[in-house]
Structure formats: C-alpha cells, structure tokens
Design a protein around this ligand. Structure first.
Ligand SMILES: C[S@@+](CC[C@H](N)C(=O)[O-])C[C@H]1O[C@@H](n2cnc3c(N)ncnc32)[C@H](O)[C@@H]1O
Length: 273
C-alpha cells in the first residue's frame, strides 16, 4: 500500500501512483554495434530485449547513465565515487573513460562493498575500493559523484518494501545526512572541478533542498547545465511555500513515464567564480 501522504505528494508533482506498476527497461553497454535498439541518450547503450540472456553483460537501468554522462569524466581525471556500492555508476564511469581513469569507489556498507569489489574484480575496473564513511575521505578530486542514499521513491517496479519505511520524518532525517555528505564532497572538490549529485527519489527535501543548501553555504558552488538528451522536467524553484535558487531549474527531474526508467534527480555543480 502506498502511504496516503506519499500519494498526495506525488500528485502535487503531477505523478500518479500507477508509476509503481510500470515496467522499466534495462540496458547494456557495448562499443561494437549490436542489432538491438539503442538507448537514445547514449550511443553505446542498448536496450535489452525480453529474451536476452545475461551471460557476462553488466545489466542496469539506463537512467543510471545520466549522472555519469553529466560528470563528463576524462581519463586524466581524479574521480571519487563517494557512495559507490553496489557499483553501477563505477562500472559506467569506467566504461566512459575506457577504463583509463583513476577512480576511488567508496561505500560505508561492508556488505555492499563486497558486491562492489566483486564487480570491480569481475570487470577489471580501474577503481580502488574504500570502505568508510564518505565524510571521512581526505584528499582532492576534480570529478566527484555523490549518488546519495535516499528514500528511493523513484525505484518503481522494484522495491515495494520502500513503502513500509516511508515517512516525512524519515525524509527529513535522510536530507540531513545528504547535506553533510554533499558539503564534505564539495570540500574535497578541486577548483574548476565538477560534482554531480543524484538520487532516485522525488522528494524536494532530498533533491533541490540539498543542492540549495550547498549553494547558500558555498558561494563558489554554481549549478551547471546538464548536456544529456533525455526527456525530463526542470528542477523545481519553489515547492510547498519554499523558494529555491532560480538556477535549480538546471537540474533534471526524470520521471518514470518520461523514458520508462526509474525516477531520478540529477544536479551538476561546478566549483569556481
Ligand atoms: C543509492 S546507493 C548508491 C548506488 C551506487 N552509486 C550504484 O550506482 O550502484 C547509496 C549508497 O550510499 C551508501 N552510504 C550511505 N551513507 C554513506 C556514507 N556516509 N558514506 C558513504 N556511503 C554511504 C549506502 O551504503 C549505499 O550503498
């Protein structure tokens, strides 16, 4: 059962509860041409047909490409994937950089890090795995992805259990944690660098609210345009009586009905003048 308060909040965003019945499509990456339908927002990604046998392919929701493409990682970059387990974004960023970039892939959960290590080893990714709180990481990086722990409202057709734990109180608690993580991530970011913040939830408290907090805390934090050709709506600049910075409109809100994927939020932040 969808909590009635969640239903009301979805309705205010123009979303119907039927999103949770939607089947999402999955994809794989390949540099060689495949006789399969291409994912419109990335030329080397292909939708899986229903009869596809997994073999050794890494299969994922194609919406996960968006934060990784927004990061625009290059092989010479020093990349931090601060909440990396089980490793989907690490895998994609490795692919995008032809496995030549130096990636630190970290996660706080010992159990989930086991899965992350499994993926890094299986696909021989150019990533070093760490297992600590992201808030304890030291050093400096010019590309950071914070795919944050969140309330998961956008994980359609996957995890009905999320409704058992859903509450506005929990959202506020998670948003506090996200603010601490994003502030630390921004401190680790080099001048001129890029930080991508993403979640798989719809709640503004965990999305625009967190990014707006960062913009007001750090005057050198600026939102950048996301150059990914996927159907989306803009980030919100006011919600429920709260007013966010106008530049929040540069964020992407990707809803399940837009592209047959899970719901996602992506913000691209740069550090500079
Ligand atoms: C949305 S999931 C990340 C998914 C991952 N990026 C991927 O693409 O496979 C959020 C992750 O944040 C981790 N996490 C929660 N709090 C953390 C913290 N303080 N530091 C680092 N990781 C944390 C959780 O263990 C969880 O694996």
């Amino acid at each position: 059962m969808i909590p009635s308060k969640l239903g009301e909040r979805l309705e205010k965003l123009g979303l119907s509860e039927s999103i949770y019945e939607q089947r999402t499509r999955k994809c794989i990456l390949s540099r060689t041409d495949m006789e399969m339908e291409k994912v419109p927002w990335y030329e080397s990604a292909y939708f899986l047909p229903d009869d596809f046998h997994k073999k050794d392919s890494f299969v994922f929701d194609p919406v996960s490409l968006v934060p990784c493409l927004a990061l625009d990682a290059k092989k010479e970059d020093k990349i931090l994937d601060i909440c990396a387990a089980p490793g989907t974004k690490t895998f994609i960023i490795s692919f995008l950089t032809r496995n030549e970039a130096y990636i630190i892939a970290n996660d706080i959960s010992r159990l989930r890090v086991k899965r992350l290590k499994g993926i890094v080893n299986k696909y021989d990714l150019s990533a070093e795995v760490l297992n600590m709180s992201g808030r304890k990481i030291a050093g400096s990086f010019n590309k950071i992805i914070l795919d944050a722990p969140c309330s998961g409202e956008g994980m359609v057709n996957k995890n009905k259990k999320l409704f058992d734990h859903w509450s506005e109180k929990r959202i506020r608690m998670i948003a506090k944690k996200q603010k601490k993580l994003i502030a630390h991530a921004f401190e680790l970011l080099e001048w001129g660098g890029t930080l991508v913040y993403s979640t798989c939830t719809f709640s503004t408290e965990e999305n625009e609210g967190v990014v707006d907090f960062l913009l007001s805390k750090y005057k050198d934090a600026k939102l950048a345009d996301i150059d990914v050709n996927i159907v989306h709506t803009q980030g919100l600049i006011d919600w429920d009586g709260k007013k966010y910075d106008n530049s929040l409109a540069k964020c992407f809100r990707i809803y399940p009905q837009h592209n047959n994927t899970s719901g996602f939020f992506v913000a691209k932040i740069s550090k500079g003048e």
